[in-house]
Design a protein around this ligand. Structure first.
Ligand code: LP5
Ligand code: MN
Length: 242
């Protein structure tokens, strides 16, 4: 039996190949797993749990099928789907996790998170994150009609687009001291996250203890899955034309 981790699919009606790959993954692979963890940015952008589009319904239904078959599904919000809420969880059977969650992986403790909060050099993003995470603002936004919400999101997205282009790749990667601080605070030697789209297994020592940080890959040109079982783990890819 395996535990599967995915993130950064950026699902959207405009990228049907990714959606097809995701659906195949859910129906053929996740259905046989012990658990599925989605560590953020499942969606290119999630405008709110009131999204009743055919696309949103289809994705919800894939999770519902899985959880109804008894496969536990866990979801951490990313910077693009921070508006996934309890209604989505109720409708799909998915369990929402907090920003940082410690899980038991076959007897080994691991902290799982999206990864955006580890990029402490990206001060402008973290300020932006703080703003859009304000509960009162989300409460208001969730009550605005869909057509107006779409206009607000497009406006904000186009306003901040150029800002990202001016940032160095370094700024948009994790800060090692923050990684260490988070791992120490949870007393774990394993961290799993996405966000940076730089899939890799990093090993380092922390207080003479060997530590591992696994970075999940995005789904831009292929599926990307971390497969974990009781003896081993592997970052694997899934071709689009499966
Ligand atoms: O995902 P990726 O890699 O493309 O970029 C992220 C960071 N960008 C984001 C932005 C989201 O994708 C788009 C969000 C649209 C939000 C609409 C909000 C509607 C209101 C909701 C209210 C509840 O996450 C990017 C990081 C990058 O990861 C790192 O890899 O750098 O961050 C940015 O580019 C953010 C800019 O630096 C922020 C610029 C400040 C602009 C201030 C505008 C204030 C708007 C307040 C909105 C209420
Ligand atoms: Mn992200």
């Amino acid at each position: 039996m395996t535990t599967l981790f995915i993130s950064d699919l950026h699902l959207s009606p405009s990228t049907p190949e990714t959606t097809e790959c995701f659906i195949r993954f859910m129906r053929q692979e996740a259905i046989q797993a012990e658990a599925l963890y989605v560590l953020g940015d499942l969606f290119e952008f999630w405008i709110g749990d009131d999204d009743r589009s055919e696309f949103a319904n289809q994705i919800r239904s894939e999770f519902k099928t899985l959880t109804e078959r008894g496969i536990p599904c866990y979801f951490t919000q990313g910077n693009r789907d921070f508006l996934v809420g309890q209604r989505f969880a109720r409708q799909t059977g998915v369990k929402l996790l907090g920003d940082e969650t410690v899980i038991d992986l076959y007897g080994r403790k691991a902290v799982v998170l999206h990864g955006d909060t580890l990029c402490t050099q990206d001060v402008k993003y973290l300020e932006f994150r703080k703003k859009v995470h304000q509960p009162w603002l989300q409460w208001v936004f969730n009550r605005i009609p869909m057509s107006i919400k779409k206009k607000i999101v497009s406006k904000v997205q186009s306003d901040i687009k150029t800002d990202k282009q001016t940032k160095s790749l370094d700024i948009m990667d994790v800060t090692q001291s923050e990684v260490e601080q988070v791992m120490q605070s949870h007393q774990v030697d394993l961290m799993i996250h996405g966000h940076t789209h730089r899939p890799k297994v990093h090993t380092f020592e922390l207080n003479q203890t060997p530590c591992t940080r696994i970075v999940l890959g995005d789904w831009y040109t292929q599926g990307s899955v971390l497969v974990f079982d009781k003896n081993n783990f592997e970052l694997q890819q899934r071709p689009f034309s499966g």
